[in-house]
Write a protein that binds this ligand. Structure first.
Ligand code: TXD
Length: 324
């Protein structure tokens, strides 16, 4: 072979990891290894996916493993390992259980895939990305988290449904931490450039009603993860998180320079120093190539800072627990 195919290590072979293995294989993003602590399960999943190669017509390799050595020289690691939420739990409740797991994984990525890019998905997201970067010591452009793509996609879906327009034409951005304090940006939401607020006003002919509908969409977006957790009864969302992570992986591997909200390290941007938070970034072959700063009005800024406070607190907790 003249060119090396990218190697993608999916660390955590549960629902999101398995779906990602399927997407990476079917869409031929690269050779994929699905790693999990369970001995045989990922081998079974990978074999099952591989056996669809004839009908799906893909030529990449997909394997399952439970030895860390299997992630050796991965170009991209996507980390979903950990416990998902149960009904009644918030994402922060997962901190202690998942910190231990992420620390071990970080040490092994550092050992076996020292040049890789890492997309973390495990909750509580902002804290787990912080811990991953601290454990690996990788440069900030190579360690990021997926949440904003999903939260923004949820926001866009609800807007499209309300307005009866194609979601393909909706642009909607959610910033801040991945939790109840996330900040869906109302002012920036638009349908092919037309402000959503204006379309709602035209639909209802009444500013108060339009504002109420927008408010409800924002609240539903913030609680969208919980809505799925309650409906599933066991575990959390997995189709849309896998799809969101895949989009980010593709942006890095194909050097697409996509503009997406991601959990990225802020060093002065938005007036924040040394914390991870959800902001718009340019994603390409260098991972987080740039953080894009946008003007926030007074209220948006207050909400954003309050949301980052959650990350500040979680980072403090990680320090107290001796993880960083
Ligand atoms: O947008 C987002 N960031 C999220 C994140 C949206 C939805 C779900 N989000 C979080 O992703 C969720 O709260 C969980 O923390 C992760 C993974 O969710 P998933 O639904 O895939 O969870 P599963 O099916 O329980 O899979 C987790 C796997 C499971 O197979 C365990 O055996 C494995 O993680 N696991 C480990 N793998 C490797 N190494 C270690 N140490 C380990 N411990 C558990």
């Amino acid at each position: 072979m003249i060119f090396k195919r990218p190697k993608i290590a999916l660390i955590g072979g549960g629902k999101i990891g398995s779906l990602l293995a399927q997407m990476c294989s079917y869409r031929q993003l690269g050779d994929t290894v699905l790693f999990d602590i369970t001995a045989n399960f990922t081998k079974g999943v990978a074999l099952d996916i591989a056996e669809a190669s004839r009908t799906e017509q893909f030529n990449v390799n997909v394997t399952g493993d439970h030895e860390y050595q299997s992630i050796e020289n991965a170009d991209l690691c996507i980390v979903t390992a950990g416990l998902p939420r149960k009904p009644g739990m918030n994402r922060e409740d997962l901190l202690v259980a998942n910190a231990k797991i992420i620390k071990t994984i970080g040490e092994n990525i550092k050992l076996y895939a020292p040049d890789s890019y890492i997309i973390v998905i495990t909750n509580p997201l902002d804290a787990m990305v912080t811990l991953m970067q601290a454990t690996t010591g990788f440069p900030k452009n190579r360690v990021l988290g997926q949440a904003g793509v999903l939260d923004s996609s949820r926001f866009a879906t609800f807007i499209a449904t309300e307005l009866g327009v194609s979601v393909q034409d909706v642009n909607a951005l959610v910033l801040g931490s991945h939790g109840d304090m996330m900040v869906p940006l109302i002012r920036h939401a638009n349908v092919n450039g037309i402000p959503v607020q204006e379309l709602l006003y035209r639909k209802y002919g009444n500013r108060e009603k339009a504002d109420q509908v927008m408010h409800d969409i924002v609240e539903r977006t913030k609680k969208a993860g919980e809505e799925i957790v309650k409906l599933l009864g066991n575990g959390s969302a997995y189709f849309s998180p896998a799809s969101s992570a895949y989009m980010m992986a593709e942006a890095i591997i194909y050097d697409k320079k996509r503009v997406v909200p991601a959990c990225a390290m802020l060093e002065g941007e938005y007036g924040i120093e040394g914390y991870y938070a959800g902001v718009p970034v340019v994603l390409g072959r260098d991972g987080v190539e740039r953080v894009l700063e946008i003007d926030l009005d007074k209220k948006e800024r207050e909400l954003f800072l309050a949301s980052v406070d959650v990350v500040v607190k979680l980072k403090e907790d990680l320090k107290q627990l001796g993880y960083i």
